[in-house]
Design a protein around this ligand. Structure first.
Ligand code: PLP
Length: 332
C-alpha cells in the first residue's frame, strides 16, 4: 500500500504485544496492553532503532562513513546511534547537552564504550548545536570522509518512517489478539514517534486514537513540529497526504518539574510496575507517560481517556536512564 524508502534491519522485530495481567488501575476495568519496544534489542533497546533503520539506510545510500547526532547527556537516541555505528563500522560523533560529568554512567557510559566521539555543549550554548554539527561535518569532509547529520531523536521526515512501519506491525498485533483499542499511548519528546504513528493510523484508516504525554515542551509545540515534519515527508517522498487532518492529541500535565526530572509519584509508579509485572519503565519518558495514562484512566469519564476498554501503551525503552537516577528510588 505504501512504498517504503531504503531500510536496514537493525531492530529485533516484531516486538511482543502482551496484556498486563496483574496491575490494577482504580476505577478501570478494561485491559492495558504493552507493545514491548524496549525489546527491540539489548544495547539498541527502545524506539530510536526503528527510526534509525531508515536514517542510517539513507546515510549509507549517500556513501557516508560518519554519523553526527545530538541530544541530552543521557540520550537513548545517542546511545542507540553510537552502538549502531560500532556494529556497522561507521564513525559516530555525538553533541551532548551539558557538562561532562565526573563519572560516566547509564547511556553515556555505553556511548563511551561503543567508541563515540563526544562534544559537550553547555545548555546556554545549545542554540548553536546545529551550527556545531555543520562545522563537524565540514571537518570530516576536509579529512576526506563524509558525515550525515541526524537531528535530535531522528525525528525528521526520514526517521518517521520507523513508526509508520510500526503501525503496520501494531495492526497485525491487534488482529492476532482480536482487539480494537480505543487508544495507543506514548511518551513524546522529539515528536517522531508520535508523527509516525499518527501518519500510520491515518494511512491505514484506523479509528484508534494516538495519545501522547509530553515530557518537554507543550501541546502546541508538538502540533507544529509534527505538521512540519509530515509536510517535509510528503514532499520528499512525493506522497499524497493531508497533514491538516491529523488528530494530534498531546496531553499536558505530566511533565513534572522539567525534562529529565520527575516527581516522587513517577518513581513510585516505576517501582510498583516492576514489582507487580516485572516491567521496568524509566523516569525520563515511559514512567511519566505511564503515570499520566493510569491517572487519566482512574478518572473514568472525567478523564481524558474516557471510553477506554482496550488501551495500548508503547514501551519505548529507556532502562539505562534509570541507573543515573538511582538516588531517587531510595524512598521506595
Ligand atoms: C526518545 C524517547 C521517547 C520519545 O520519542 P520521540 O520520538 O523522541 O518523541 C520515548 N521514550 C523513550 C525511552 C525515548 O528514548
Amino acid at each position: 500500500m505504501i512504498d517504503y524508502p531504503a531500510r536496514i534491519g537493525l531492530a529485533s522485530l516484531p516486538t511482543p504485544f502482551k496484556k498486563l495481567e496483574k496491575y490494577v488501575v482504580p476505577n478501570f476495568d478494561g485491559n492495558i496492553w504493552i507493545k514491548h519496544d524496549e525489546l527491540t534489542g539489548t544495547e539498541v533497546s527502545g524506539n530510536k532503532v526503528r527510526k534509525l533503520e531508515f536514517s542510517i539506510a539513507h546515510a549509507l545510500e549517500e556513501n557516508c562513513n560518519t554519523l553526527i547526532t545530538c541530544g541530552g547527556i543521557q540520550s537513548n537516541h545517542c546511545r542507540a546511534t553510537a552502538v549502531l555505528g560500532a556494529k556497522l563500522g561507521l564513525k559516530v560523533h555525538l553533541i551532548l547537552r551539558g557538562q561532562k560529568p565526573e563519572f560516566l554512567q547509564g547511556n553515556l557510559l555505553l556511548d563511551h564504550l561503543a567508541g563515540a566521539q563526544i562534544t559537550y555543549l553547555s545548555t546556554n550554548d545549545w542554540g548553536s548545536h546545529t551550527a556545531v554539527a555543520e562545522s563537524l561535518r565540514e571537518k570530516y569532509a576536509v579529512e576526506g570522509g563524509k558525515a550525515h547529520f541526524i537531528p535530535t531523536g531522528a525525528s525528521d521526515e526520514i526517521g518517521i518512517w520507523g513508526y509508520i512501519a510500526a503501525w503496520e506491525e501494531l495492526s497485525r498485533n491487534f488482529e492476532e489478539n482480536d482487539v480494537d483499542p480505543e487508544y495507543v499511548v506514548i511518551a513524546t519528546g522529539s515528536g517522531g514517534t508520535q508523527a509516525g504513528l499518527l501518519v500510520g493510523a491515518q494511512i491505514y484508516r484506523s479509528i484508534t486514537k494516538v495519545v501522547a504525554f509530553n515530557v518537554c515542551d507543550d501541546a502546541s509545540y508538538f502540533r507544529d513540529k509534527i505538521r512540519a515534519d509530515v509536510s517535509l515527508w510528503k514532499q520528499r517522498y512525493n506522497v499524497e497526504f493531508d497533514e491538516t487532518d491529523l488528530n494530534i492529541l498531546t496531553l499536558e500535565g505530566y511533565m513534572g518539574p522539567a525534562y529529565g526530572e520527575a516527581e516522587d509519584i513517577v518513581f513510585k509508579t516505576i517501582a510498583n510496575l516492576a514489582k507487580v509485572e516485572g516491567v521496568f519503565l524509566d523516569p525520563v519518558y515511559t514512567g511519566k507517560a505511564f503515570h499520566g495514562m493510569v491517572s487519566e484512566l482512574s478518572l473514568g469519564d472525567r478523564g481524558r481517556l474516557q471510553g477506554a476498554k482496550d488501551i495500548v501503551f508503547i514501551h519505548t525503552g529507556g532502562l539505562f536512564g534509570v541507573f543515573p537516577q538511582h538516588k531517587n528510588f531510595q524512598f521506595v
